[in-house]
Design a protein around this ligand. Structure first.
Ligand code: MLT
Length: 272
């Protein structure tokens, strides 16, 4: 499967495109890249036009130094849809940091959203302590590279069951994290520290919305995600058993089934 390249808003972007149908944008988490979504995107390509980008500064997309805000990432994605001449509303689907970006995309480009899929993410902004920790992470990754992040994050990304039954996943994730561009990781960490609190606007999200979480997610736990679903009118809440923070990576088969069911509601919202 070939990776495509485009220049958007002055930055070189890499993305994959699979299948035909309603556009569905898959937004990866931090500090990963588009590959985390491929097992799901490949399964969905008979039903959707899957757009699977590397965000600015990740994977094979160029980094811009300094800070990249969630608004920057969201506008990059709108630029990607423009460049692909996709005018019809798309399903915007993000995991964790990808979820922060999906929220921001909805906020800034509401009319372009056919449906919102929020996976293992948070609506709240960072506390001052979290924001400070992210600044320290940004400094450290610039000084010594991203390997320490793999050590710190891996035990929290996958559930115990996934670690035991799919040891190759940890290896793949380690490769993605260790191969990440320090400038891109630092810029996104600073951007996440500044992200807005979406909780006050959740009640204004009226498009079909799916909120999905791994039952063992310790970063964005099911209780917090259930509260997000509760605050969004008519959102569907789904818990993926035995999965952690990367539910779509850990159980792509079940997550795809849930997404395809959700797609039915996007196509005919009167089924609600
Ligand atoms: C992610 O998976 O994208 C990160 O856990 C997000 C974060 O650090 O808040």
């Amino acid at each position: 499967m070939k990776i495509n390249k485009l220049t958007i808003r002055g930055c070189g972007f890499a993305y994959r495109e699979l299948g035909h149908g309603i556009p569905w944008v898959f937004i990866h988490g931090f500090p990963l890249d588009h590959r985390m979504w491929l097992p799901v995107a490949e399964r969905m390509q008979t039903a959707v036009r899957a757009i699977v980008p590397d965000l600015r500064g990740f994977g094979q997309s160029e980094a811009t130094p300094g800070i990249v805000t969630m608004a920057d990432f969201a506008d990059d994605l709108a630029g990607l849809l423009d460049a692909l001449r996709i005018r019809q509303p798309a399903v915007i689907c993000g995991l964790s940091m990808g979820g922060y970006i999906a929220f921001e995309f909805w906020f800034r480009h509401t009319e372009r959203v056919a449906g919102l899929v929020l996976c293992d993410t948070r609506a709240a902004a960072d506390t001052p302590e979290m924001a400070q920790h992210r600044q320290a992470t940004a400094e450290r990754v610039l000084q010594e590279g991203p390997a320490f992040l793999a050590e710190a994050m891996l035990p929290r990304l996958l559930s115990r069951v996934s670690f035991q039954q799919q040891p190759e996943l940890a290896q793949q994730l380690r490769q993605q994290i260790e191969g990440a561009n320090p400038a891109g990781v630092a810029a996104a960490a600073r951007g996440m520290a500044q992200r807005r609190d979406m909780q006050p606007v959740l009640s204004q999200i009226t498009c079909p919305t799916l909120v999905l979480v791994g039952s063992q997610d310790v970063i964005s736990p099911p209780s917090e995600m259930r509260a997000i679903a509760h605050a969004i009118p008519n959102a569907h809440f789904v818990e993926i058993p035995d999965a952690g923070h990367l539910a779509p990576v850990e159980n792509p088969g079940l997550v795809t089934a849930v997404f395809l069911e959700f797609l039915d509601q996007v196509a005919s919202p009167e089924k609600e």
